[in-house]
Design a binder for this molecule. Structure first.
Ligand SMILES: Cc1cc2nc3c(=O)[nH]c(=O)nc-3n(C[C@H](O)[C@H](O)[C@H](O)COP(=O)(O)OP(=O)(O)OC[C@H]3O[C@@H](n4cnc5c(N)ncnc54)[C@H](O)[C@@H]3O)c2cc1C
Length: 503
C-alpha cells in the first residue's frame, strides 16, 4: 500500500479562522457541575491506562483543550464538556482506546475538525473526545480506478491539493475545510452535489472501530468496486451515523478527472420564484449543470459589501458548467436562454481559474461574511431540504416570516437539490433575539417537513435537530434506528445523547 502524508495544519485554516468565535462564550469553569462522581473516578483510572498506550503527548485533560473539543461551529446549545481528549495515531491505537473505554463503560466522542453545526462533538454525558487529526495519511491511491482511501485527519482541501497534480479532484465541498471522515459521518454535501452527489454517493467503503475495539470494513477489507449487491449496505449505514455507531478510521472515496473546461456565471432574477423556476427548467432540460446556487437579495448585499463586488442586489444564481469546451459552450447557451425566458439578467462570466475561485470563495465564505457584517453576533444556520418544486413557496414564506420577526436572515441554497439555508442572526447578549431566531428556525423546519422534505439536508441531527427526527421518520422508523444502534453499541457508549435519546 502506498502512503502519502498530509498535514491538516497546512490546509485546514478553519480552526484558526474561527477560533475567536468558537470560544468566546466561555467565561467560567463549570466542568465539575456536569460530572457524576462515578465517572470522575473512572476517568482517573482511564487516564493512567491511556497514557501507557498513547504517551503523555497523546492525551490531555486540560480545561481549555476539553472545552475546545466540546463544541463545534454551530450555536452553543449546552455546556456538555468532555473529560479527556486523546489523539490516536493509528487504527490500532483507536481500537485500544475503544476497548479501554468499553471496559470502563465510558462514553467516546469522535472529533474530526469541529466544523459541524449541530453540536455533534459535545460530551452530553462527559467522556473521552477522540481527536482523529493525527491519523492524516492518504493510505491508498488508484488514479486509474478513480478511488482513494484516506485516514480521518485528511481534509477535503488537503486531498484536493494532493489530487490536483494527478489531474483529479474530489468534488464534495462543504463550506468549511472539514475532515473527510467527519464529512462521511455527517453525510455532508455542498455546491457540487447537483452533479456529483453527496458523501452518500461518493463513499465506497469505510474502516470502522466499534465501541468494543473490534475493527471491520463495511464493504469488506480493502474492497473498492464501484458497485456491489453483496448483502446489506453497511457503508451507507455509517454515512451519516454521526459517530454514534463507531469510529470511521478510513474512508474510500470516488474521485473524478478535472474537467477540460469549467465556466462560472452569475445571473440576477426579479424574484426568488423566477430563479428557482430557471433551476427546475435547467434540470428538466437535462443540462448537466455542475453547480447552481441561490443567494437572496439580503445575502447579495452583504456579499457585495464584504468582498467589494458589484453584483445586482437581487435574488441571484451562481452557476457552473463542466465539460469539454464545446459542451460547456452549448450548456451555457441553453442555460442563458432559459434564464432570459425567466426574466434573468445577462450572465456575468468567469472563465479564468482565478476569477472563478474568487467568485466561489465569495459564495463559500458567506457564513463568515454574515457574521463579520454583524459584529458581535452569531447565527443559527438552518438546513432544510424539500422537493425542488416546493422550494419557491418555502423560501417565500420563510422570507416573509423573517421580515416580520425583525431578525436579519439572509437566505441561500443549493437549489439544484432543493436544499436551502437561512442564517438567522442574533446578538448572544440579547436572549429575546436568540429566542426569536430559534422560533423562526423551528417554524421553518416544520414547514419543510409539511412539504415532504427533511429537517436536515446535509448538517445532520446532532443535538440541534433531535426534536424533529420522529416527526420525519415516524415512531417505527425511530425504533428501528435505535435497534441498529443497540446492535453496534449495546452499552450506548458511542457519542451518546446525539441523534436520539436512549429511552
Ligand atoms: C462555514 C461553514 C460552512 C459549512 N457548509 C457546509 C455545507 O455546505 N455542506 C455540509 O454538508 N456541511 C457544511 N458545514 C458543516 C460541516 O463542515 C460538516 O458537517 C462537516 O462534514 C463536519 O466535518 P468535521 O470533520 O468538522 O466533523 P466534526 O464537526 O468534528 O464532527 C461532526 C460529527 O461527526 C462525528 N465524527 C467526526 N469524525 C468522525 C470519525 N472519524 N468517525 C466517526 N464519527 C466522526 C462527530 O462525532 C460529530 O458527531 C459547514 C460548516 C461551516 C462552519
Amino acid at each position: 500500500m502506498q502512503c502519502f502524508f498530509i498535514s491538516r495544519f497546512v490546509f485546514n485554516n478553519s480552526l484558526c479562522q474561527t477560533g475567536s468565535l468558537r470560544y468566546f462564550h466561555y467565561s467560567r469553569f463549570v466542568l465539575q457541575s456536569t460530572r457524576n462522581h462515578q465517572l470522575v473516578d473512572k476517568i482517573k483510572v482511564l487516564k493512567q491506562n491511556l497514557i501507557k498506550v498513547l504517551g503523555k503527548d497523546g492525551i490531555s485533560d486540560s480545561e481549555t483543550i476539553c472545552r475546545q473539543h466540546s463544541r463545534d461551529e454551530g450555536v452553543e446549545r449546552n455546556d456538555h464538556i468532555v473529560d479527556l481528549v486523546v489523539w490516536p495515531k493509528s487504527t490500532e491505537e483507536c481500537s485500544i482506546i475503544a476497548s479501554i473505554c468499553y471496559e470502563k463503560k465510558v462514553p467516546m466522542i469522535p472529533f474530526g475538525t469541529g466544523t459541524g453545526l449541530e453540536s455533534g462533538v459535545c460530551g452530553v454525558h462527559g467522556g473521552v473526545s477522540v481527536d482523529m487529526s493525527k491519523m492524516n495519511k492518504i493510505v491508498d491511491f488508484n488514479p486509474e480506478d478513480f478511488d482513494v482511501t484516506v485516514q480521518p485527519g485528511v481534509t477535503r482541501k488537503g486531498l484536493n491539493h494532493f489530487l490536483k497534480d494527478h489531474g483529479l479532484w474530489f468534488p464534495v465541498d462543504p463550506g468549511a475545510d472539514a475532515s473527510l471522515c467527519g464529512m462521511t459521518a455527517t453525510s455532508a454535501s455542498g455546491t457540487n452535489a447537483v452533479r456529483y452527489g453527496t458523501m452518500r454517493e461518493n463513499v465506497l467503503n469505510t474502516e470502522i472501530v466499534l465501541a468494543d475495539g473490534r475493527v471491520f470494513w463495511t464493504a469488506g477489507k480493502n474492497r473498492r468496486s464501484k458497485k456491489s449487491s453483496a448483502g446489506f449496505n453497511l457503508t451507507n449505514l455509517f454515512v451519516g451515523s454521526e459517530g454514534s455507531l463507531g469510529f470511521i478510521t478510513k474512508t474510500t472515496l470516488k474521485i473524478y478527472g478535472i474537467p477540460e473546461m469549467m465556466a462560472s456565471a452569475v445571473c440576477a432574477f426579479p424574484t426568488v420564484k423566477a430563479a428557482v423556476d430557471m433551476c427546475v427548467q435547467v434540470l428538466q432540460s437535462n443540462i448537466p449543470i455542475a453547480r447552481i446556487e441561490l443567494m437572496d437579495d439580503v445575502a447579495m448585499e452583504m456579499c457585495n459589501n464584504h468582498n467589494k463586488l458589484n453584483y445586482e442586489v437581487a435574488p441571484t444564481l451562481f452557476l457552473e458548467f463542466h465539460g469539454t469546451e464545446e459542451s460547456v459552450k452549448s450548456q451555457a447557451k441553453f442555460a442563458a436562454e432559459i434564464a432570459d425566458y425567466n426574466g434573468g439578467s445577462q450572465f456575468h462570466w468567469a472563465y479564468e481559474t482565478e476569477e472563478r475561485n474568487r467568485l466561489w470563495k465569495a459564495r463559500h465564505d458567506i457564513y463568515w461574511t454574515v457574521l463579520q457584517s454583524n459584529p458581535g453576533c452569531r447565527a443559527i444556520v438552518t438546513d432544510v431540504c424539500v422537493p425542488i418544486t416546493c422550494l419557491p413557496d418555502l423560501i417565500a414564506q420563510t422570507k416573509s416570516d423573517i421580515q416580520k420577526s425583525g431578525i436579519i436572515g439572509p437566505c441561500l441554497g443549493h437549489v439544484g437539490d432543493g436544499n436551502f439555508h437561512s442564517f438567522l442572526v442574533f446578538n448572544p447578549s440579547e436572549p429575546e433575539e436568540l429566542k426569536k431566531a430559534e422560533q423562526l428556525a423551528s417554524r421553518l423546519t416544520k414547514r419543510a417537513l409539511d412539504l415532504n422534505g427533511t429537517c436536515t439536508g446535509e448538517h445532520g441531527i446532532g443535538i440541534g435537530k433531535m426534536a424533529y427526527l420522529e416527526k420525519e421518520i415516524g415512531p417505527v422508523g425511530l425504533e428501528m434506528m435505535k435497534s441498529i444502534k443497540r446492535t453496534f453499541d449495546p452499552h450506548w457508549l458511542m457519542n451518546p445523547g446525539k441523534i436520539f435519546s436512549s429511552e
